[in-house]
Design a protein. Structure first.
Length: 160
């Protein structure tokens, strides 16, 4: 094999690696039953996002902060404005008057049913995405961290 052929072969392998190897952290939202990807966003390692909803018992807003850490999520904290049934008692009052419960718990995924009145929303990268815009209320969804290739991101896919 000629020297040029070897160089071209190596360049093709390197290009394929950079195009197709999953290097980039992403957040995936998918239907659990069909494993159908509904939403995917490129994230930075340790980037945080918020899952907000109206609590089913006390009917008050809750803001859960999560962070991408490798191939898992870290539940960082939960913020809410009043105590009530179903709300954690170990919460501390913040300077802004909101209660904050520090969780710092790694999980492989977060699953939830899209609520009819909970108004589940994702807040990330300056956007708010209502989960009811992605799936009908009553649909079981999974939020997972993962990796995507450059090619997958270019094509608007987030890979596996």
């Amino acid at each position: 094999m000629s020297r040029l052929g070897i160089v071209v072969g190596v360049l093709v392998i390197v290009a394929a690696f950079f195009l197709f190897y999953p290097l980039y952290p992403v957040l995936r939202v998918a239907k659990v039953k069909k494993a159908e990807l509904l939403f995917c966003a490129r994230m930075a390692e340790n980037e945080e996002f918020v899952l907000s909803f109206i609590h089913s018992v006390n009917k008050r807003p809750v803001f859960d902060t999560l962070r991408i850490e490798g191939n898992q999520l870290l539940i960082v904290k939960s913020r809410f404005d009043s105590f009530g049934a179903g709300m954690p008692e170990g919460s501390q009052m913040g300077q802004d008057g909101w209660l904050e419960w520090v969780v710092n718990r790694p999980v492989p995924e977060v699953t939830l049913f899209v609520g009819w009145v909970a108004n589940h929303s994702l807040r990330l990268k300056g956007r708010e995405i209502p989960l009811a815009d992605l799936a009908e209320p009553g649909t079981l969804l999974s939020l997972r961290a993962g990796k995507a290739s450059r090619y997958g991101l270019w094509k608007g896919r987030c890979g596996q």
